[in-house]
Design a protein around this ligand. Structure first.
Ligand code: NDP
Length: 326
């Protein structure tokens, strides 16, 4: 039986591994394996599709997303973390030790830390995939201040709080931000709607969807064809960037029916990192629908590891039932 299995290899997972390994817990980390597409990024998670990370403290000149994940992985290995380069396919959290499967291989753990993240949703059109990281992004806070977007017109897709927040953030750098929304009413909270509507640099393209992003042949974003969903009319708009803000999907599928989650699938945590099941912790984006930053994920990864270490030390050889209250 493993003391601690960490599922996931984003900032939360690696940070949990660094803390657990330094506390001699000999953690095993399942890294998610190879990516299978934009909705399934595999090892490293969302940071693997982030170009420059300029807001992670400690890197004053910034660092690439994949570079940051390489550093974290190397740091976790340095203290003895063992890494399984594959994804967990099934979990049984009904009794302890908990059981996890990677295809046919079964693992047992006294404590589990879930750091499986949340993937940004994408439109699913070919030009979007072709121009990803070349002007197409799903994170304005990560990419918005890059030079290619400075003083340029930009598009934000979505009508929720994230879209409003990202559009407002982008106004610091852009010449103009157009929010493209598929309906004529926003889903965002009233205060965020008002802020966006009042902003002189923000415009709205109502009842509109992106049909195509240009220009794949140039290898950069030069604009998009918008389609009015009511009239079917199309029009070309100029833009140097397209920011998707159409929601995230937390990677919690394998825990359905076993852990409390909200209507979207985010794991519900109390006391910051405790799930509804004793000795199962969650950290990072899989339990955070608000901040979703590398630094906040790392922070909760640290908290989950410290809590896990405390739990293991307090249990000693006396392993409590999975249904224990906490
Ligand atoms: P939401 O699910 O709230 O909004 C997603 C938006 O994207 C909706 O307007 C939806 O349109 C649109 N959309 C979804 N799929 C498509 C598609 N395929 N094509 C075009 N448009 C699409 O996600 P958010 O990320 O905005 O917010 C998630 C949660 O996080 C919310 O509870 C939000 O309040 C919270 N949040 C809070 C913040 C804060 O308080 N500062 C900041 C950010 C998020 P439609 O409306 O038609 O369904």
């Amino acid at each position: 039986m493993e003391k601690i299995i960490i599922i996931g290899s984003g900032p939360a997972g690696y940070t949990a591994a660094i803390y657990a390994a330094r506390a001699n817990m000999n953690p095993l980390l399942m890294d998610g394996g190879l990516p299978t597409g934009p909705g399934d990024l595999g090892a490293g998670g969302q940071l693997m599709i982030t170009t420059e990370v300029e807001n992670y403290p400690g890197f004053k000149e910034g660092i690439t997303g994949p570079g940051l994940m390489d550093e974290m992985r190397a740091q976790s290995l340095r203290f003895g973390t063992r890494i399984v380069e594959d994804r967990v396919t099934r979990a049984d959290l009904s009794r302890r030790p908990f059981q996890l499967w990677v295809n046919e291989d079964r693992y047992e753990a006294q404590v589990i830390i879930i750091c499986t993240g949340a993937n940004a949703k994408w439109l699913g059109i070919p030009s979007e995939a072709a121009l990803m990281n070349r002007g197409v992004s799903a994170c304005a806070t990560c990419d918005g201040s890059l030079p290619i977007f400075r003083n340029q017109p930009l598009l934000v897709v979505g009508g929720g709080d994230t879209a409003m927040e990202e559009a407002l953030y982008l106004t610091r750098h852009a010449s103009k931000v157009t929010i493209v929304h598929r309906r004529d009413q926003l889903r965002a909270s009233r205060i965020m709607q008002q802020r966006a509507m009042d902003h002189p640099k923000i415009e709205f393209a109502w009842n509109s969807v992106i049909q195509e992003i240009h220009d794949v042949s140039l290898g950069r974003v030069s604009g998009a064809t918008l389609r009015d969903v009511k009239t079917g009319e199309t029009r070309l708009v100029e833009a140097s960037g397209v920011f998707l803000a159409i929601g995230h999907s937390p990677n919690s599928e394998i825990f359905k029916g076993q852990l409390e989650m909200d209507e979207v699938g985010y794991l519900v945590t109390h006391r910051d990192v405790r799930t509804s099941r004793y000795a199962v912790f969650a950290a990072g984006d899989v339990q955070d629908r608000v901040y979703r930053q590398a630094v906040t994920a790392a922070g909760t990864g640290c908290m989950a590891a410290l809590e896990a270490i405390r739990l293991i030390e307090s249990e000693g050889a006396n392993i409590m039932e999975a249904g224990t209250e906490w």
